[in-house]
Design a protein around this ligand. Structure first.
Ligand SMILES: [Zn+2]
Length: 216
């Protein structure tokens, strides 16, 4: 019955069962904050309680990836419904305490202990092209890299030689920069990002068309 199902309003909540809250963050916009302690492996929050899936080849998917966090899940791209808060609001950090997992509906999972009140952060970024200062990072971590994006410039592309057997040779100074970023990615357990960088680099070197900015 509609009458019986009506919620009582005006009562002050004693506690909340919600493990996170969404509020303004010092890093950027609204962020996700823990309301209880999380241990590594704990699921913190679903990625997007409201979401739509579009084919990865759909132009809408590429456009969404440039502007906000989208999630590649199989051959589909999950676009969050931004009227429903969720893990998609997690800010980037260069020393994240959580990670985004793309299987199923997508979820944010703890990777380092998170105390109540702490902001829940993940690692994501973009490979940009000739825009080194595209996405400044304000994460405040001790090892903050200054920018969320990893930029590849036309100068960088000159350091790349693709041999007839499809072997890719990278010379200095790009080589040193890639190795240094590789060490950083490894230290935060995000080695898979290297593949996105390598793919973009080869595409630029071969002058293949494609999205100017690739998210990871
Ligand atoms: Zn940072």
């Amino acid at each position: 019955m509609a009458k019986a199902a009506k919620k009582k309003h005006g009562a002050k909540a004693m506690f909340s069962l919600s493990p996170v809250e969404f509020r303004d963050s010092a890093i950027a916009g609204r962020g996700v904050f823990a309301r209880r302690r999380f241990e590594p492996g704990d699921v913190v929050v679903p990625y997007a309680p409201g979401q739509r899936r579009v084919d990865a080849r759909d132009p809408e998917a590429a456009a969404a990836a440039e502007t906000r966090l989208t999630l590649l899940s199989g051959g589909a791209v999950i676009i969050p419904d931004t009227s429903v808060p969720g893990g998609w609001l997690c800010n980037h950090s260069c020393a994240p305490n959580a990670a985004l997992y793309s299987d199923g509906e997508g979820r944010i999972q703890c990777v380092r202990p998170i105390a109540p009140g702490q902001e829940v952060t993940i690692f994501y970024g973009w490979v940009s092209r000739n825009e080194p200062a595209r996405d400044p990072c304000l994460c405040g971590a001790a090892g903050c890299r200054g920018y969320i994006n990893f930029d590849l410039s036309d100068e960088d592309a000159k350091c790349v030689t693709i041999l007839p057997d499809n072997e890719v040779v990278v010379s200095q100074p790009l080589r040193g920069r890639l190795l240094e970023y590789e060490r950083f990615l490894h230290s935060i357990d995000q080695d898979q990002v290297q593949e996105t960088i390598a793919t973009t680099l080869v595409r630029i070197a071969l002058r293949r068309p494609g999205s100017a900015v690739l998210g990871y």
